[in-house]
Design a protein around this ligand. Structure first.
Ligand code: GLY
Ligand code: MN
Ligand code: MN
Length: 442
């Protein structure tokens, strides 16, 4: 059975989302959304199943091999779900199934069929329709089913812009779950600070974090945790986590839990032995100053781009003061010289996915999803991360004492009518607070 928290969102919310889709569909059209399928790990073992976020968003149904159709004919909306059929033998070996009979009542969907009857039943639904909304390529197994169902597949319209825009704005219930995700993620980081010691391995600290997530009801992390000691912090997506944590070095931890399908995403950087050295402190203070300024500026009406410009200026000024960069601040920024030390964005949308969906660009809200210009004004109900960092590669040409230092500080915020609310504030980030917490537990 699902974890209790899988029922954390009222069923009405899923119904309302489907109704909202129904309103946006052209008459005599349908939208089809496929679930994830299980991913083979080796032989007959699979990776832990994680539902497709779009499919979850519209159904709250956590089984593989399923498909949802929302159809609109003569202004009448019908919802149909295809699920795995009940099968006592398969259920004995591989786990319970909701089954065709139970699906309509449990999911409050009009009709249900076995996924094995997809071709026959979906063809009937599509017969009199003039348009089909489908996200080609997202679920190749679904593309294959549709290819079988149609002798000539129609010109699909992508539903991604519609669903992305809906997912970008979090409801009161979603915010409640994201607050939980933020708080549990924060507990994991506090535990990590308390448990870190010289000579422990990175993966041991990872396991402390995962254990803390589990204790508070989040079974999985929302992405593979990064526990990066010393210069490993300069590898942005370091996930090997197999090295020893050394006295005198920092450790950068980027870890978040998934609670009721919603992601937390926190980074903290702190000294393995509990005390910052002077050069570590200097770099850390620049990042912290930039992050605090970003938290002041990320409010409704401002854009991520504008705020990042300010963050870049703070960092470049800080690096100039330390003799890590040289020259004229405006010239350096114009030439992107800071990208040697800050090579990622300021943050990203957060929700069911850790890198959540939604357009970042006001010019391309309904078009090109890959635009790099983050000029969309923030609005109430958006949730995003704020994660400035500085990474001084051991190979960079800078004063010796700074080489190999990597610092990132990441929090999650909700844009509100009054500014923003930090969902992850309970994990310390001031140097004095971190040192005090670590001193207590060492
Ligand atoms: N943990 C991935 C990120 O911070 O974007
Ligand atoms: Mn992160
Ligand atoms: Mn992030």
């Amino acid at each position: 059975m699902d974890l209790a928290y899988m029922d954390a969102l009222p069923i009405e919310e899923f119904i309302q989302r489907r109704e909202k889709i129904g309103e946006q569909l052209a008459d005599n059209s349908a939208m089809i959304v496929f679930s994830n399928i299980e991913q083979r790990r080796n032989n007959d073992c699979t990776f832990p199943f994680r539902q497709d976020s779009y499919f979850w968003y519209l159904t709250g149904f956590n089984e593989p091999d399923s498909a949802l159709i929302i159809s609109k004919q003569n202004a009448q909306i019908t919802t149909t779900i295809f699920v795995r059929p009940s099968d006592p033998l398969m259920e004995t070996w591989n786990g319970r199934r909701l089954g065709v009979i139970n699906a309509p009542t449990k999911l409050r969907i009009n009709k249900a069929f076995s996924i094995e009857d997809f071709k026959q039943e979906a063809t009937k639904i599509f017969k009199n329709l003039t348009a089909l909304y489908h996200y080609q390529g997202l679920q190749p197994w679904g593309d294959a089913l549709l290819n079988e169902a149609f002798s000539t597949p129609p010109q699909y319209i992508s539903w991604a812009p519609i669903l992305d825009e809906m997912r970008l704005f979090k409801s009161a219930n979603e915010i409640r779950l994201m607050q939980q995700a933020g708080q549990i993620s924060a507990l994991g980081h506090i535990k990590a600070m308390k448990q870190t010691r010289p000579n422990r391995f990175e993966y041991e600290i990872e396991s402390e974090i995962l254990h803390e997530f589990n204790r508070f009801g989040a079974r999985y992390p929302s992405y593979t945790s990064i526990v990066a000691g010393g210069e490993n912090a300069c590898i942005l997506h370091y996930t090997e986590n197999d090295q020893v944590l050394r006295d005198g070095e920092l450790v950068l931890i980027d870890a978040g839990c998934e609670f009721a399908m919603y992601a937390g995403d926190i980074t903290r950087t702190f000294p393995v032995n509990g005390k910052f050295t002077q050069p570590q402190r200097e770099i850390y203070e620049i990042v912290l100053k930039a992050q605090k300024r970003a938290l002041e500026l990320l409010v409704a009406g401002n854009t991520i781009q504008q705020v990042n410009d300010e963050v870049v200026r703070i960092k470049v000024q800080g690096l100039l003061n330390l003799g890590i960069m040289h020259g004229d601040i405006d010239e350096l920024i114009k030439n992107d010289a800071h990208r040697e030390f800050y090579m990622h964005g300021l943050g990203h949308w957060l929700g069911l996915d850790v890198h959540d969906v939604g357009s970042y660009s006001k010019d391309t809200q309904n078009g090109n999803r890959n635009s790099k210009i983050r000029n969309r004004p923030l609005e109430v109900g958006m949730v995003l991360t704020v994660e400035p960092g500085l990474y001084i590669s051991p190979k960079s040409n800078v004063p010796e004492q700074y080489k190999g230092i990597g610092v990132r500080i990441e929090d999650n915020i909700l844009i509100t009518e009054y500014g923003n609310k930090v969902l992850t504030s309970s994990v310390p980030k001031e140097i004095a607070e971190i040192e005090a917490l670590m001193a207590e537990s060492h």
